[in-house]
Design a protein around this ligand. Structure first.
Ligand SMILES: *Cc1c(COP(=O)(O)O)cnc(C)c1O
Length: 435
């Protein structure tokens, strides 16, 4: 059975068993743009944006959806997020530069990161970034000085660490005590940071932020952390903390495989908003603006990676390796987090699986495997395979390892395809080399 739930909503199979995305035949896209290629379905991308906006705003009108750019961003996509009314969460001067290049309204840009550099902070302040989400005492002092030098008062949020485990991979857990992110509540540091922020003459503390990790398949961690952080914030009212903004971050899960059933956006929204409303009522606290930061759950389901099969190595009784023309250079998630994916033979997407294979990349690492022991119809050299749910943390984590050019990104809609990032050339890869 074709795993429709992990593909973009426009995915169809034509009468010849070929996979279409956004009305475009994936086999033709592979021929036209070469492989590997990342296909983004514009309908799914915009639908995910609208779903977040609607589900949160219908429950709490003062909700701002802020796309976490690190999942993947480029100028064309930044313009789409702007059109959908989203803000942008950036974690580097590079991501901020994309926002600027796209003409993204900087008042809706939030600057995150556990170790922002002084130059990055100075650029952000000078350019008029909306919020800096401060992650440490060092950054409080640094930013206060930078804002003073620029003659500005910078709006900030403080990122606290609530000490709540979201039960996801240890590499993507961020809100527990033992984490490089956030100022811990349980050590008393968060309290001290709030006092320091309130006292800083060139910083304006607008509220608190936390981010638990990703992907989070459970609702309870959001409920528990929302209540905990709001109760914590209420303790500082007398000292002058007015919680105008509150952010429970992102981390909303998506289905990578057919058996995964993440909560709907509405369920995350209901959990967070109802907890916020009931806790604020209990504390007699005004409702803050809610800032929600989805990354993966916006762009992940919109993306499909296409690869061409090359060498097949069958080791009888051991394993059959099907090698493709991409791998860890464009998708490091299986190697980094043991991430699992569905794989579909794009030219025979309706065919029942016949054999167990392992999809290997072309990189010089034995761990460069995109999918291990998955079932596929029999494929041969030249066939196209599709890996769905590949929009997030694949091109954005891509590298030039082995000096393979990074793949192009295309946007598809209504049977039309548009290149929004071309394939790198060998020349591109040598641009920074000094000969
Ligand atoms: C990474 C990150 C996000 C987005 O996480 P997703 O899993 O992509 O939704 C949101 N907020 C912060 C602070 C992050 O670091």
């Amino acid at each position: 059975m074709f795993p429709q739930t992990v593909f973009p909503e426009t995915a169809r199979i034509n009468e010849d068993g070929q996979l279409l995305i956004g009305g475009c035949n994936t086999l033709e896209l592979a021929d036209q743009y070469g492989t590997p290629v990342y296909v983004l379905d514009e309908v799914t991308l915009r639908a995910r944006c609208r779903s977040f906006v609607q589900e949160f705003q219908q429950r709490h009108a003062a909700s701002q959806i802020v796309y976490a750019a690190k999942a993947y961003i480029n100028p064309a996509l930044a313009q789409i997020f702007d059109q959908e009314g989203l803000g942008l969460d950036v974690v580097s001067g590079g991501e901020l530069a994309i926002a600027r290049a796209a003409g993204f309204p900087l008042e809706r840009v939030y600057f995150h990161g556990n170790n922002k550099g002084p130059e990055e902070l100075a650029e952000a302040v000078a350019q008029g970034i909306g919020r800096v989400v401060v992650d440490s005492f060092h950054e409080l002092e640094l930013l206060d000085r930078i804002a003073a030098d620029a003659g500005k008062v910078q709006d900030i949020l403080l990122r606290v660490s609530p000490g709540i485990d979201p039960h996801t991979h240890s590499h993507t857990t961020t809100g527990i005590l033992d984490s490089k992110f956030g100022i811990p509540i349980e050590t008393g540091d968060a309290a001290a940071a709030i006092r320091q922020a309130l006292a800083a003459s060139n910083l304006k503390l607008q509220g608190l932020h936390f981010h638990l990790g990703s992907p989070i398949f459970e609702l309870e961690p959001y409920r528990a952390a929302t209540e905990l952080v709001l109760r914590f914030a209420a303790g500082f009212r007398e000292e002058g903390l007015e919680l105008r903004e509150f952010s429970p971050g992102g981390g909303f899960a998506i289905a990578y495989t057919r058996d995964q059933k993440p909560p709907e956006v509405g369920e995350y929204a209901e959990t967070i908003v109802s907890t916020m409303i009931s806790t604020c009522r209990d504390l007699d606290m005004a409702l803050p603006q809610l800032i929600i930061e989805p990354g993966r759950s916006i762009i992940g389901p919109a993306g499909v990676a296409l690869y061409r099969v090359g060498v097949i190595k069958d080791i009888p009784g051991v394993r059959k390796y099907v090698s493709v023309d991409g791998g860890m250079g464009d998708n490091i998630r299986p190697a980094l987090y043991q991430a699992v994916y569905e794989v579909v033979a794009a030219g025979m997407a309706d065919r029942e699986p016949e054999e167990k294979v392992t999809i290997a990349g072309k990189y010089c690492e034995s761990g460069d495997l995109l999918a291990t022991d998955i079932m596929l119809p029999r494929v041969g050299a030249g066939d196209i395979i599709a890996i769905p749910a590949a929009g997030a943390y694949c091109p954005s984590m891509a590298s030039n390892y082995n000096l393979n050019p990074r793949p192009p990104i295309i946007l598809v809609k209504d049977g039309e395809s548009r290149l929004i990032r071309r394939r790198e050339s060998y020349q591109d890869m040598m641009l920074c080399d000094v000969i």
